[in-house]
Every structure is written in structure tokens, then in C-alpha cells.
Design a protein around this ligand. Structure first.
Ligand SMILES: C[S@@+](CC[C@H](N)C(=O)[O-])C[C@H]1O[C@@H](n2cnc3c(N)ncnc32)[C@H](O)[C@@H]1O
Length: 375
């Protein structure tokens, strides 16, 4: 039997398959066939034909899942199946396994065909995952354009520096993937009280308890990391008190290279009977590959005086000189910087003053207005 006949036979079997087990069996066979084709250096056209068959199998799997578990499963789709392993699986596929199948089933025939055509013409072999990835890319580009159009009236700052009002978890997925060279951010963290020593009083910062902090940082990093280019570096401010909670969350998404100390020069809030805290930590690291920092080798203790309380407009406002220093160490002129917790806009100001581009996102309208006035 030649390869074409083999594929025809498989297609007939697929048309007859009804149960999930039957479809899953054909799926495993198709995957093995594709691996065999790749290993044996089959012509790209033949590999593409196998790829197209695999797409049909995946879509049929998705159709079955959507028909039988339209809202996912109450158990099982988290990737690990819970309960007694001897009992029959209530959910036949994990979330990861079913994501591509469901996406292929929901994609229109025209969308699928035009993506396959582009893949066939290009160097990429047609595979179910390649079609899904391409589709997601197109969707994101469309959302990005809609987003830019809808935010145009509220972000008049400049072409290169943008502030977007909103929840980062919702805004970030609408931005362009792999478009930022640097992430500098200062998330709200578990500081549930305000210093009575402050002359100005501020509202508690949004999401400022440790549980909220963990889930916000996790969600924001999940959405922000795909926007970073490979090799992009990041700086995230934090408190030593929450190291054990926050470090593993960051490490889920990025590689921590070092933890820097920002010596603020003056004592902050805390237990008045003990040593006065005069530093904050900065998680420093990268996505995928580590590139050498700009300039000479410098100390990991950064000495920049905190702004006097009488001069600040935001409870955790960072000195722009400190952010400028980080921007210069980890990016070049013309690069793009992202800050999903913009606060008073220190990152945006530092980016502007060092000839970088930047996008900041801030939840609170008052702080957005503050940023606009500072820029
Ligand atoms: C620690 S402050 C940032 C201060 C900033 N680095 C500066 O120098 O002014 C964190 C900011 O994130 C904002 N924020 C909290 N949750 C957010 C979210 N989900 N999306 C966007 N901004 C958020 C808060 O309103 C707060 O202004």
C-alpha cells in the first residue's frame, strides 16, 4: 500500500469513528505516522498531507468534546485527573490535550483552509498545532488593532508612550506578542496598612493583600510574558517579606537571574521597636536567553534615594532616576518597555527620557490622569 492509499484508508476509518476511544486511537496512529514521515525525511508535500489528515482527526476530537463536554469538565480538565485511577475517566482528555482540538473544531473552514494554504506555501509543515498557532496570531493581531482603535481617544500622550486605563489581565492579551524588549514593573503587594507617619494619605492600593497579590502577579505574568521578545529582561519590585510567596510565581513564567537590593537611603514603615527597613528587593531576570547587560559590571545594591513623602503623588512612587538606570542597563534607544502596574508612571517617564517607547497599564483612573499630567 502506498502512502496515498494508506491515508485514504485512515480517512475512511475516521469517517466511521464514533466513540472518543476510536477517534483517540486514530489520533495516536496519525501522530505516529507524522513522526515516521518526519524521521524518514518524507517530502514536505507528503508530510503536509498527513498534517491535513491529523487536522481532521483533531477537529473531530474537538467536535466530540464540544458535544459531550461543552463547558469543559468539572473534574479532569486541569491537566491532572483526580479521583480513583481505576474508575473510568470522566473526562477523556485533559485541558491541554483538548485545547487544540476544540480550537480546530470551532474554526471556520475558510480560516482553516487559508492558514493551511499559507503553511503549505511556506517552509512550515502543516500540523494541527501550527494551524492553531497561526489562527491565534491572527486573532491577536485583530484584537490588537481593535484595542488600539478603542484606546486612541484616551491615550493621546504620544506615539511612543502610551498609557492604557484598565485591568492588565484584560488589557495585556490584546497587545502585540513578542513586541517588548523590557518589562519593568512594581506590582501591588501585601502591604495592608498605611503608615501614620505619612503627611499625605492615600487610598489602599488596589489588590493589596498577599492572596490578591499572588493571583494578580500570576495572571499578569501569564499574559505579559508572551508579549516579551526572547532575551527580554525584566525587573519586578517586591518586598523581602513576601519572597517565599512571590519568587515561585515569577519562576513559573520567567528565569530569575539575581535579586537586586534597592537601598532607599531612608527608613520606611515597619516595626518601630526594631531595625528600620531601608531597602526593597528587585527581582531581575530574563525570558529564554540571558544577554549581557549594557555598560560596566556594577554592584547589585542600587543606591537611589526614595522621594520625600511631601513630593510624592502615589504611595509607592519610585524615583525615575532608578528606573532610568534599569532601562539603560537592559535596553537600547528605540526599544519598547512594558509596565502593567504603571502607578504614577515612573516607568513611562524614564522610558521617554531615555528615548525608549513604552506602554503602561493602570487600573485607577486618578493615577491614569496623574500619569498624563506628568507626561
Ligand atoms: C506599586 S504601584 C506602582 C507604582 C509605580 N511603580 C510608580 O512608580 O508610581 C502598583 C499600581 O498597580 C495598580 N494596579 C493594581 N492592580 C492592577 C491591575 N490588575 N491592572 C493594572 N493596574 C493595577 C495600582 O492601582 C497601583 O497604582
Amino acid at each position: 500500500m502506498n502512502e496515498l492509499q494508506k491515508l485514504d484508508k485512515l480517512k475512511t476509518e475516521l469517517a466511521l469513528a464514533e466513540t472518543f476511544e476510536e477517534i483517540a486511537l486514530l489520533d495516536s496512529a496519525a501522530e505516529a505516522y507524522a513522526t515516521f514521515a518526519k524521521r524518514n525525511g518524507m517530502a514536505k508535500e507528503q508530510q503536509d498531507e498527513i498534517g491535513k489528515y491529523r487536522i481532521e482527526v483533531e477537529a473531530k476530537k474537538g467536535e466530540w468534546l464540544d458535544a459531550n463536554f461543552p463547558h469543559g469538565s468539572p473534574e479532569g480538565e486541569s491537566g491532572k485527573l483526580r479521583g480513583n485511577q481505576n474508575e473510568p475517566r470522566k473526562m477523556p482528555a485533559t485541558k491541554k490535550e483538548s485545547a487544540a482540538s476544540r480550537a480546530l473544531n470551532r474554526m471556520s473552514k475558510e480560516a482553516k483552509d487559508s492558514i493551511i494554504e499559507v503553511l503549505e506555501e511556506g517552509e512550515k509543515v502543516v500540523t494541527p498545532q501550527a494551524v492553531v498557532n497561526e489562527f491565534k496570531k491572527i486573532e491577536r493581531q485583530e484584537k490588537y488593532q481593535d484595542n488600539i482603535d478603542s484606546f486612541n481617544d484616551v491615550t493621546p500622550v504620544s506615539k511612543d508612550i502610551q498609557i492604557i486605563e484598565g485591568d492588565s489581565i484584560k488589557v495585556l492579551p490584546t497587545l502585540k506578542v513578542e513586541s517588548f524588549d523590557l518589562l519593568i514593573t512594581d506590582p501591588p503587594y501585601g502591604m495592608e496598612f498605611q503608615s501614620n507617619q505619612r503627611e499625605k494619605k492615600f487610598d489602599n492600593i488596589e489588590n493589596d493583600s498577599i492572596e490578591d497579590t499572588i493571583s494578580v502577579i500570576d495572571g499578569v505574568l501569564m499574559a505579559a510574558v508572551p508579549l516579551l521578545k526572547a532575551g527580554a529582561q525584566f525587573y519586578m519590585f517586591g518586598s523581602i517579606n513576601y519572597l517565599q510567596h512571590i519568587k515561585p510565581i515569577i519562576e513559573k513564567h520567567l528565569t530569575i537571574k539575581q535579586i537586586l537590593i534597592w537601598d532607599r537611603g531612608i527608613i520606611g514603615m515597619g516595626d518601630l521597636k526594631s531595625y528600620g527597613t531601608s531597602y526593597e528587593i528587585i527581582y531581575f531576570g530574563y525570558k529564554k536567553d540571558f544577554n549581557k547587560l549594557n555598560g560596566i559590571r556594577e554592584r547589585d545594591v542600587l543606591q537611589f534615594n526614595k522621594l520625600p513623602n511631601s513630593n510624592i503623588n502615589h504611595p509607592t512612587e519610585k524615583p525615575t532616576e532608578l528606573i532610568e538606570y534599569l532601562v539603560r542597563k537592559s535596553s537600547n534607544e528605540g526599544d519598547s518597555v512594558l509596565d502593567p502596574f504603571a502607578g504614577s508612571g515612573s516607568t513611562l517617564i524614564a522610558a521617554r527620557d531615555t528615548n525608549r517607547k513604552a506602554v503602561g497599564i493602570e487600573l485607577e483612573k486618578d493615577y491614569v490622569n496623574l500619569i498624563k499630567s506628568r507626561l
